[in-house]
Design a protein around this ligand. Structure first.
Ligand code: SF4
Ligand code: SF4
Length: 206
């Protein structure tokens, strides 16, 4: 029993000389480890609104909302609830651009209500010109177009979105006629693209 007591005494004397081992939080900020994983933060310029982060989030902390699809200004909102987040870093690791979301070193997270503990990014949404279903965000389609280069011309939805961004496309409203092969040259969701392609290949069914 004698030696442990002497060791404790030695440690006490060392502490008096060196100062306490514990941090003086909250009087002083706690020194942070270099790779701390704090609150995730969106970067609107790097994010294309693809929604991959929402799909991989194991805690279900990222909500993807497609809003106003039947209005002139459809929007996609990604709402990150950091009161649900477990700071695993999967959203950052799987981000399509690698620049859309990163974990900050902010760790002192408290609020008066859950409603205020959110981080949101908004993107213009492109909808199907036949059925109005959400297709992708404008930034996502333009990002695909840039990455594919000339190969993008194999996909009408992608190159038409790029032409629209350059002001090279007449976006006049479609009249109420039946679907026909000219609809190939439209921005379409996968289901309508399939319908129009089959119609073009096989003619009207029935
Ligand atoms: S850090 Fe993990 S839990 Fe938090 S939003 Fe990203 S993927 Fe979800
Ligand atoms: S670009 Fe990254 S941060 Fe933005 S929606 Fe896609 S995966 Fe999430």
């Amino acid at each position: 029993m004698r030696w442990p007591k002497l060791r404790e005494l030695g440690e006490a004397v060392t502490s008096v000389v060196r100062g306490p081992y514990t941090a003086r939080f909250p009087a002083e900020p706690t020194p942070l480890p270099a790779r701390i994983r704090g609150r995730p933060a969106y970067h609107a310029d790097g994010c294309i609104g693809c929604g991959a982060c929402a799909q991989v989030c194991p805690a279900g902390a990222i909500e993807l909302r497609n809003e106003g699809c039947d209005t002139a200004t459809p929007m996609r909102r990604l709402v990150l609830h950091y009161d649900i987040c477990v700071f695993c870093g999967e959203c950052e690791r799987c981000c399509a651009t690698g620049e859309g979301i990163t974990l900050s070193n902010e760790y002192e997270l408290s609020g008066r209500s859950r409603a205020e503990m959110v981080e949101t990014v908004e993107k213009e949404l492109v909808v199907c010109e036949l059925c109005g279903a959400p297709v992708a965000t404008r930034d996502h389609l333009l990002w695909i177009h840039r990455r594919l280069g000339s190969l993008a011309y194999a996909n009408a939805t992608v190159y038409l979105a790029a032409q629209e961004a350059l002001g090279l496309r007449d976006t006049a409203e479609r009249d109420d006629r039946r679907i026909d092969r000219t609809d190939i040259q439209r921005i379409l969701c996968p289901a309508c693209r399939r319908t129009v392609t089959l119609l073009d290949e096989w003619g009207p069914l029935g």
